[in-house]
Write a protein that binds this ligand. Structure first.
Ligand SMILES: Nc1ncnc2c1ncn2[C@@H]1O[C@H](COP(=O)(O)OP(=O)(O)OP(=O)(O)O)[C@@H](O)[C@H]1O
Length: 236
């Protein structure tokens, strides 16, 4: 059963129709990709879930109930968002950045437990826990952004372009880490990615968006077997 659903979601930025009646669903434990060319509406899907986009129609359902809370409440309810561009706090240490992921939590013991478990998953964050985030490489900052997202102990992790701007070897490490999060924590993951080959290797299912509409939904093999990506990327 789906734990997160978008039903006929439309998002308009003034005259720009970013999403046009988009429906998609994610089941518990699944890793699902959202792919498509620039401007297709991929990031807007994640923003619509988080209450960060001007939704003009449709409904987002979380665990079968309409999700109409403010963004910080959505995080508390179990959906965590790792935005494009990492957005780490460069003037804070690694540990301080991680703590920003569960600022709302008033339980020091639980905070410490989460910090330990994230650092176990990301040894580099443990190693650099007292370093400023500004001293980290792009790949390490991406690991920090993922770790910060996990500090909310989410049921669902929304990832916006986690490999953007990273060197090929680091891209591989990020995909491996995303797969590891799914395997070890059983976190449900919805990931927007431009790296088609890499992401298709780690997901259970993929949606292809074009001009604000879903044009394909299926297994990675179903995407590879059609020419849908050629069509949308070449605009044919
Ligand atoms: N804040 C905004 N104001 C106005 N238009 C916006 C805004 N955010 C997105 N758009 C427009 O909405 C459409 C969808 O944008 P979105 O960022 O969701 O696409 P995307 O598929 O994630 O693209 P990219 O791969 O370039 O990140 C685009 O036409 C974009 O220009």
């Amino acid at each position: 059963m789906d734990i997160l659903n978008l039903v006929d979601i439309s998002v308009h930025y003034d005259a720009v129709v970013a999403l046009d009646n988009v429906s998609l669903g994610v089941s518990e434990g699944e890793v699902v990709a959202v792919m498509g060319p620039n401007g297709a509406g991929k990031s807007t899907v994640l923003k619509a879930i988080m209450g960060l986009a001007p939704v003009v129609g449709g409904e987002v359902y979380w665990q079968q109930r309409p999700l109409e809370a403010a963004t910080h409440e959505i995080v508390k309810q179990g959906i965590s968002f790792v935005p494009q561009g990492r957005r780490v706090f460069t003037h804070l240490t690694v540990a301080e950045n991680l703590e920003m992921g569960c600022l709302y939590l008033n339980n020091a013991a639980e905070k410490a437990r989460r910090l330990d478990s994230v650092m176990e998953l990301f040894p580099i964050l443990h190693q650099k826990r007292d370093d400023l985030a500004s001293q980290m490489s792009g790949g390490q900052q991406q690991m920090l952004a993922l770790g910060r997202g996990l500090m909310a102990a989410p049921d669902v992790l929304l990832l916006d372009e986690p490999t953007l701007g990273l060197a090929p070897i680091v891209v591989k490490e990020v995909f491996q880490k995303v797969a590891e999060i799914s395997d070890r924590l059983n976190t449900t993951i919805l990931v927007v990615e431009h790296n088609i080959k890499g992401v298709l290797d780690i997901v259970d299912r993929a949606y292809v968006l074009d001009k604000g509409r879903v044009v394909h939904d299926g297994t990675p093999q179903s995407v590879r077997d059609t020419d849908i990506l050629t069509q949308v990327f070449l605009g044919s």
